[in-house]
Design a protein around this ligand. Structure first.
Ligand code: IPE
Ligand code: IPE
Ligand code: MG
Length: 246
């Protein structure tokens, strides 16, 4: 097993982008890009476990991705279903706990069932905490939290004055794990695309032109090296953070 690095992110959040362009560069249909992207996802989950990262959150399908051609959406759903069926035993073997964030009511019952099943089967695993964001949107997440708090206020169990950042944080997705330390987006775009809007407030952002199917352990290590070189100040001065003047 690899020695823990000196400055390792506890939680890494990834936007896996560039499958379509990877396929186009090879004169192949977009489907083959998604298939190749799936293989990368599998490898990177394993690599993160090996690097002793505690939590990994991956964006697989955004709430806006429904706007793609129906054929591509169908294909992604098929791939997702097949991947769930084929991978769950491997996740168990590797002690990975998987769960899904996003609005799952939009999915077909058999897909929802596989998602529930994968979560239940891996629930007690103590290794990497893997979250897959599907039909996820950062704005949806924030609205959902606001809605839950509004219900509590209506029911009289919460006073509006009690709502603060901590209370709010408890109602967004991933509330029980530490916020992402490192964000990685492959595929060259420098945007957040409605990913973890609430959670990324102080995350270190890493963008690479590498297309997701070409992302590999060495590329992950480049991102970890980038992270190790950051000074996280959280509003303080550099000297304060270094333990100097306060
Ligand atoms: C990311 O790759 C996968 C999903 C959004 C499902 P893309 O399909 O967005 O690939 P590009 O951006 O078209 O290359
Ligand atoms: C973001 O990628 C969503 C996922 C990787 C699942 P997109 O390819 O959908 O993002 P935009 O549309 O280029 O912003
Ligand atoms: Mg894209």
């Amino acid at each position: 097993m690899t020695e823990p690095r000196e400055s390792l992110p506890r939680h890494v959040a990834i936007i896996m982008d560039g499958n379509g362009r990877w396929a186009r560069q090879r004169g192949k249909p977009r489907a083959s890009g998604h298939q190749a992207g799936f293989r990368t996802t599998r490898d990177i989950v394993e690599a993160c476990g090996k690097q002793q990262i505690e939590a990994l959150t991956m964006f697989a399908f955004s709430s806006e991705n429904w706007n793609r051609p129906q054929k591509e959406v169908g294909l992604l759903m098929d791939l997702f279903l097949r991947a769930l069926k084929s991978e769950v035993s491997k996740l168990c073997e590797n002690n990975v706990r998987i769960r899904f964030i996003g609005e799952r009511s939009a999915f077909q019952p058999k897909l929802r069932q596989e998602m529930d099943n994968a979560e239940a089967l891996t629930r007690d695993n103590t290794g990497l905490k893997l979250a897959i964001a599907v039909n996820y949107g950062g704005r949806w997440d924030i609205v959902n939290a606001a809605k839950q708090l509004a219900v509590q206020v209506r029911e009289g169990t919460l006073e509006p004055e009690q709502i603060d950042i901590d209370t709010f944080s408890q109602h967004v997705s991933l509330s029980e794990i530490t916020e992402p330390d490192l964000f990685i987006r492959t595929g060259g775009e420098k945007r957040i695309s409605n990913y973890l809007l609430w959670h990324l407030a102080y995350t270190e952002l890493y963008f690479t032109d590498v297309l997701w199917p070409d992302f590999c352990e060495a590329e992950l290590i480049n991102a970890l090296d980038f992270f190790a070189g950051r000074q996280r100040r959280f509003g303080k001065t550099g000297d304060q953070v270094k333990g100097g003047a306060v």
